[in-house]
Design a protein around this ligand. Structure first.
Ligand code: ATP
Ligand code: MG
Ligand code: FE
Length: 341
């Protein structure tokens, strides 16, 4: 099927077009520059930017794919989780196109879409797979027997998401928002074993698949403050590398453990933090050792985009899942096990 996908859960206005597992277009507009000085995404600014960017972004996607709107077989849209006002712009746009084209509408889960996007690069997902979703708002381990309708949460962060930790540590280090990319870059020149930052929830009695990054963030902030108080320079590269190592270590150790415990030999990563170079390298290394097949989308498809929504929509159409009702709304707290609604 030829599927048009809309993504507006945060600051990215994404419109993607896929045919089956083939990516035809992935048009993106972002309001990130407007949020930068606030150190976080401002919901009202994001909603307004989505409104302004929506129609031009759809036109760009159609042109890139070389198709007409009337060629579309189905429309998919992120209906949650995310910022309510931002989500509503995408849902309204998707409804309008579905209605005008007289095609089925699928309201999908943003998090499942982060996993589905990998099918555009590596073909059908092996099922069951373990999925590790690490982004600005979420960090979860999932058992995925069937991406179209059966996604089971195994564990999640009990405080900050992995991406949130990157963003907060970047702020402590005076690096721009969002913090993932500049920390990744700074860490290249650093020693990952320079500072022994804590690995949250890795004790024997801790929940095996839950994460905690808030202690790590505090530990980094304390370490940097102590340096500054002593009037000593802060070794930016070493702090970045050591922090990044702590995150990558915990994430990959728990993902491999989830695979082993569930007898699953396929792991897929998704979400913005999956763009991190050290996480990708360490996951590769540990999966190879454990005999696990690792799949990670290219960095550009890890962060929010419209193609991921179209990819999941395509999957739902192929599986014969019922489309959404015409009164589809936004659910800012859509649970992770609700793939579509
Ligand atoms: P969610 O998907 O939970 O709703 P989101 O949509 O804001 O949240 P994404 O766009 O998937 O999240 O990811 C953004 C996050 O990814 C930010 O926190 C950002 O710092 C982080 N990130 C992006 N690139 C990298 C990188 N190279 N290394 C580490 N983190 C990164
Ligand atoms: Mg974003
Ligand atoms: Fe996301």
């Amino acid at each position: 099927p030829l599927v048009l996908g809309f993504e507006t859960s945060c600051d990215e206005t994404g419109v993607g077009i896929v045919r089956g597992h083939t990516l035809l277009a992935d048009a993106l507009a972002t309001s990130m520059a407007e949020h930068e000085r606030f150190g976080g995404v401002v919901p009202e600014i994001a909603s307004r930017a989505h409104l302004e960017a929506m129609v031009p972004t759809v036109h760009r996607a159609l042109a890139d794919a070389g198709i007409r709107a009337s060629d579309i077989d189905a429309v998919a849209v992120t209906s949650g989780p995310g910022l309510t006002g931002a989500l509503l712009v995408g849902v309204a746009a998707a409804k309008a196109y579905a209605l005008a084209l007289d095609k089925p509408l699928y309201g999908v889960n943003h998090l499942a879409a982060h996993v589905a996007v990998d099918e555009l690069q590596h073909g059908p997902l092996a099922e069951p797979s373990i999925a590790m979703l690490v982004s600005g708002g979420h960090s979860s381990l999932l058992l995925v027997p069937d991406l179209a309708q059966d996604v089971q949460p195994l564990g999640r962060t009990i405080d900050d998401a992995a991406g949130e930790a990157f963003d907060k540590v970047a702020r402590v280090l005076g690096l721009p928002f969002p913090g993932g990319p500049p920390i990744d870059k700074a860490a290249r020149d650093g020693d990952p074993s320079a500072i022994a930052f804590p690995r949250g929830l890795t004790g024997r009695r801790d929940a095996p698949y839950d994460f905690s990054f808030s202690g790590l963030k505090t530990a980094v902030a304390r370490w940097v403050e102590a340096r500054q108080r002593a009037g000593e320079p802060v070794p930016l590269a070493d702090v970045a590398a050591s922090f990044q190592e702590a995150v990558a270590d915990v994430l990959t150790a728990k993902a491999v453990r989830a695979c082993r415990d569930h007898g699953v030999d396929h792991l897929v990563l998704g979400g913005g933090v999956a763009a991190n170079s050290r996480l990708r390298a360490l996951a590769e290394e540990r999966c190879e050792k454990a005999g696990i097949v690792l799949r990670v989308p290219s960095p550009k498809l890890c962060t929010d985009n419209g193609a991921m929504v179209a990819a999941l929509g395509s999957r739902l159409v192929a599986a014969g899942v019922a489309p959404s009702a015409p009164d589809l709304g936004a659910d800012s707290a859509l649970p992770i096990d609700v793939v579509s609604r």
